[in-house]
Ligand binder design. Sequence first.
Ligand code: MN
Length: 323
Amino acid sequence: MSNVETHPSELICESTSGAAAVEVLAPRDVPLGGPRAMTVRRTLPQRQRSLIGAWCFADHYGPDDVSVTGGMDVAPHPHTGLQTASWLFSGEIEHRDSLGVHALVRPGELNLMTAGHGICHSEVSTPGTTVLHGVQLWIALPDAHRDAPRDFQHHVPEAVALDGATARVFLGTVAGATSPVRTFTPLLGAELVLDPGARLALDVDPAFEHGVLVDVGAVELGGTPLTGGALGYVGLGATTLHLVNTGAAAARVVLLGGEPLGEDLVMWWNFVGRSHEEVALFREQWQAGSERFGRVEGYPGDRLPAPPLPGGRLRPRGNPPRG
Ligand code: MN
């Protein structure tokens, strides 16, 4: 997916005060553009928190009736310095990229694209899709690997039965399951479905910070209710995450985690860089059709032009200290 805001602005991170055990990050609605624009709920990045581990972007969308919203049609657009993780709950998306990959993104299947030095891709929901529902997540690459070559990994995790829940671990290790998918920093990504009334105590790595994004249902994280598509954040040091489904129906969440990246990023549009000058160069290279990004074959239409840079310098964002 692309960040298709017409005038993407930078976000300044401010210190949070009186940090609670669980910090609730509310989503904001962002239209993806187009005549019948689908809207996504963005929980990362935002003013109070830019990153969870190396996770730097979280868009949650649907369930959308594509006969009403028009579904997803994101023309070829570039990325640098990141990986995109696509995870669907329903529907199907056709992915094409400048590595030459033509893949279908399906529910319960991880598609992890490494942009590294530069890539471009298109994403279109398939004609057979009636309900589109999923998340699009970005992972910032550490400085040592952010120029990595383009790559694409696909993985279908097995469902792990827990007491009152089912886990699908698409990155990292939790609930006794480990994903074979390679990452550049220690990361965790999993879908959890909780039965009504389920109380789940998940052992997690205290060297990770974690986020729980609620897809459907009434879920408490560490006693804090997460409603309306919120993402609950738990900082370093937690050894157990306590999740409770307080509702009468099944609940579904996406669990994210990772070791803090510890690097300041300049994120603008679809680029992750380290300085204003670098991001301005990426933009210029995309506009000029540079080989940095290559070409997408088979997309019926034009590629997305980059929006104008905002006035003033893009400033780096990191994370506020806890406490
Ligand atoms: Mn994209």
